[in-house]
Structures are given as structure tokens and as C-alpha cells.
Design a protein. Structure first.
Length: 105
């Protein structure tokens, strides 16, 4: 079996698979794709806080799929998120004791 790093390809790759000089994503196993790193879209929205909080921060992410809308469906097509970015899949967000948002890879 063919390998990309330590993960097998979805099939044994031959010259026929790379005639155009490229290997397509579908040629790689899901394990190999994951080890190469998929990306997520992360969207941040500030909302009115609850209780003694001034604001809430709501994070939405795609989880490796193209399955979220990024624009309001109210005819304005304005941005749903206050801030957004693309990054490696699987980031973990937390708030430290000083109230700062931290991200772990």
C-alpha cells in the first residue's frame, strides 16, 4: 500500500493516478488527509451578556465541512460574525483567569 507520511493512501498510486502531475485529495485515505491537516472556518459573534456578564462570545466552526452560512439571510447579506478566520482543524478555545481568550493547537 502507498503511504503519505505514516498513513496509507486510499489506494496504491500508479503512474495513471498522476498523469497530470498531481495526486488528488480523493486518492488519500481519510487518515492521511487528517494527518496532513484539514482546515476549519471559525466565526466569532459577540452577543449581549447574561447575568453579570457584559458580553457572550459565541464561536461557530465548520468541523472540516462546508456546512455553515457566513451571511445573514435577511436580504442584507451582512456578515454573521464579528471576526472570522480559517485555521487548522481542531483548535480549542478557553478563557483564562484574566478573562483573555486563549487558543490551543
Amino acid at each position: 500500500m502507498a503511504y503519505i507520511g505514516s498513513s496509507p493512501a486510499a489506494q496504491v498510486l500508479t503512474g495513471a493516478d498522476i498523469q497530470d502531475g498531481s495526486v488528488q485529495l480523493v486518492d488519500l485515505s481519510t487518515t492521511a488527509q487528517d494527518s496532513l491537516g484539514k482546515i476549519d472556518y471559525y466565526g466569532f459573534k459577540k452577543t449581549n451578556g447574561t447575568g453579570n456578564q457584559l458580553e457572550d462570545l459565541v464561536i461557530t466552526y465548520t468541523n472540516g465541512a462546508d456546512n455553515i452560512s457566513v451571511a445573514n439571510a435577511d436580504g442584507t447579506a451582512s456578515d454573521l460574525y464579528d471576526e472570522s478566520f480559517f485555521a487548522k482543524k481542531g483548535l480549542t478555545f478557553s478563557i483564562n483567569s484574566d478573562g483573555y481568550l486563549e487558543v490551543s493547537i
